[in-house]
Design a protein around this ligand. Sequence first.
Ligand code: GLA
Length: 319
Amino acid sequence: MKRISLIVSSLLSIGILFNSVLAAAVEPIKIGFVVKQPEEPWFQDEWKFAEIASKEKGFTLVKIAAQSGEKVMSAIDNLAAQKAQGFVICTPDVKLGPSIVAKAKAHGLKMMTVDDRLVDGSGKPITSVPYMGISASNIGKQAGDSIAAEAIRRGWDLKEVGAIDVSFDQLATSHDRTAAAAEALVAAGVPRANIINAPQAKPDTENAFNAANIALTKNSQFKHWVAFGLNDEAVLGAVRATEGRGIKADNMIGVGVGGSDSALNEFRKPAPTGFFGTVIISPKRHGQETSELVYEWVKTGGAASIDAYQRLARYPQRR
Ligand code: GLA
């Protein structure tokens, strides 16, 4: 009797083992990659690198565009419905942090954030969620320093320079970049009063254009112009606004952040524009490394690995 039950149980365990091996064979790991602005070349590049990771590691990648909070919530439901095990996300609104965390948890999905960090109800970063970001203030300082260097090279009197600060302060990534750019200009000799806040309603070129136009209308006293912002799109908006007012490239210095096609297309134009330069940041780590981290995390499972990956993922990218 004893022998028979032993044989039965070992047969059962072979059966179970066989089934789970079979399940693993037919259902590869599936990872989502949710981005806030799919039309922006930066995010297309992140997706491109995530695809490279999926090919190299052999997981299925599900790319989802989520331009609103509602879309983020349905994206997570959608990923759970198609049996994904985890996802990387750059959300359109970091204040959705607690709801995103709760939804991912309810579905048992592993989650990592990229570019913009989730915040809690009081605006503090949610540090329990793995995050890969960039040193925003270093980047902003670099943009400000290069604008100042070019203005000085052109022989401008910095007191006659109006600086358009295309801001989007509700996003820490943006605030930290523009604040550091403004400080770099002030340190170089641009009077603080010449820094003109031009808040964008949404972080895209159209809204940056509108914000910069208002700044220009209210400040016609300046002889020369410069602009900085969250990314290339923000600075392109300011450059288009100066062009609309007849301010030529030799009188405008815009330096963006990104270095993807938004900036490169501008540099490809036959005549230089007021878009003078860009601080290059790399979407490779953000797209490829984050999705690989979530993949490895799903593959190895277990609570112990979470900490390790969080530590790894928090290393900021510096350029
Ligand atoms: C933010 C910006 C993007 C890009 C990323 C880089 O998300 O909105 O344009 O600069 O940061 O991390």
